[in-house]
Design a protein around this ligand. Structure first.
Ligand SMILES: Nc1nc2c(c(=O)[nH]1)N[C@H]1C(S)=C(S)[C@@H](COP(=O)(O)O)O[C@H]1N2
Ligand SMILES: [Mo]
Length: 327
């Protein structure tokens, strides 16, 4: 299945500010940040620069199978971290960059429950020491018809799920974002139509697919809060809203779980939400997308590809399914 290609330059090597730390050194930094506040000397992660982050040690994408990376131009880090959808902080594209520093991401725990033999919690430090990090350079296609190419750093979601030992009843995987109104001004808005916490879901075989990752970084560094720090899902063949940010809970279920966008508008947003230029959104076409960076004078409009260009890797998951009905 895997076709290997010649190595290319890892994105981190083309970032000027990139400094490599060994995993051990990174753990030391992470451990330090996790230490309790002593003698008034607060090591506050909120004070960290938004796109600064800590360097991660990871394997470059080029060593993985095709689909794990693309040689299309990566969207600059500054665009990825300033043009965001993270409704917990507001609905304007600039709101997450402005307000997500109000979210404290340390300490951080993911709870895995439901149809698993070993339900439990894992904290971020353990996640980082347990799962080898890899770079994945993926296209991300928002349902609003803009797109980016993001050099993520993360690990296979399947590896984490397997460690909690799914039971034979596990058919779906549900995810939840942190819900902490005091730190998330968008959740305090009376006009919000989202039923918090933000919820997403995948079918079990989608969740176990090697392209589905939990991301802890981009451009070689830990994620900026606005991109879903400290850990978020990335499912590159689906519309961006499936890639739920700042995950605190994973529940394996027998029944298809409700998702935030389906709950808010089921006619417009389906459970599957696979990128599909042949199925228009009720209010706009999905045939084209604006690849960021894009401007009025150079809109950078390109054709949208089925399954966002990952058809070869994922089409078999949907064999025999009517993708117009199961949108
Ligand atoms: N918790 C949460 N996750 C979320 C969202 C959100 O509002 N809240 N927005 C989604 C949408 S619509 C998109 S397009 C992607 C955007 O990810 P990015 O801002 O890192 O590019 O995040 C998705 N994950
Ligand atoms: Mo989106």
């Amino acid at each position: 299945m895997a076709t290997f290609k010649a190595p290319h330059i890892p994105s981190s090597e083309i970032t000027a500010e990139s400094v490599y730390l060994q995993r051990r050194q990174f753990m030391k930094v992470a451990g330090l940040l996790a230490a309790p506040v002593m003698g008034g000397l607060a090591l506050d992660t909120k004070a960290a620069p938004m796109t600064g982050g800590v360097s991660l040690d990871y394997q470059a994408a080029a060593s993985g199978p095709e689909g794990y990376w693309t040689d299309e131009d990566a969207t600059p880090a500054g665009d990825i971290s300033s043009y965001c959808n993270f409704y917990e902080f507001g609905t304007d594209k600039g709101d997450p960059a402005k307000y997500s520093h109000e979210m404290s991401v340390d300490p951080w725990t993911i709870e895995v429950v439901g149809e698993v033999a070993k339900p439990g919690k894992i904290n971020l430090e353990d996640v980082l020491s347990r799962y080898a990090l890899e770079e994945r350079i993926y296209r991300l296609r928002c349902v609003e018809a803009w797109s980016m190419v993001v050099p993520w750093v993360g690990f296979s979601l399947a590896n984490l799920i397997k460690d909690f030992e799914p039971t034979s009843k596990a058919r779906y995987v549900a995810f939840e974002t942190l819900y902490r109104p005091s730190e998330m001004r968008g959740t305090r808005s009376y006009t919000s139509t989202i039923d918090w916490p933000y919820k997403e879901g995948l079918r079990m075989d989608e969740a176990m697919h090697p392209l589905a990752i939990l991301s802890v970084g981009m451009y070689g560094k830990t994620l900026p809060n606005q991109n879903g720090a400290p850990v978020r899902l990335v499912v590159p063949w689906k519309y961006g809203f499936k890639s739920i940010k700042s995950v605190v809970k994973i529940r394996l279920t027998e029944e298809q779980p409700p998702t935030s966008w389906q709950l808010s508008n089921a006619r417009e947003y389906g459970f599957y939400s696979n990128v599909n230029p042949e199925v228009n959104h009720p209010r706009w076409s999905q045939k084209y997308e604006r690849r960021l960076p894009s401007s009025l004078f150079s809109p950078n409009r390109i054709a949208t590809r089925k399954f966002n260009g990952y058809e070869e890797q994922v089409a078999s998951l949907y064999a025999g399914m009517d993708l117009k009905k199961n949108y």
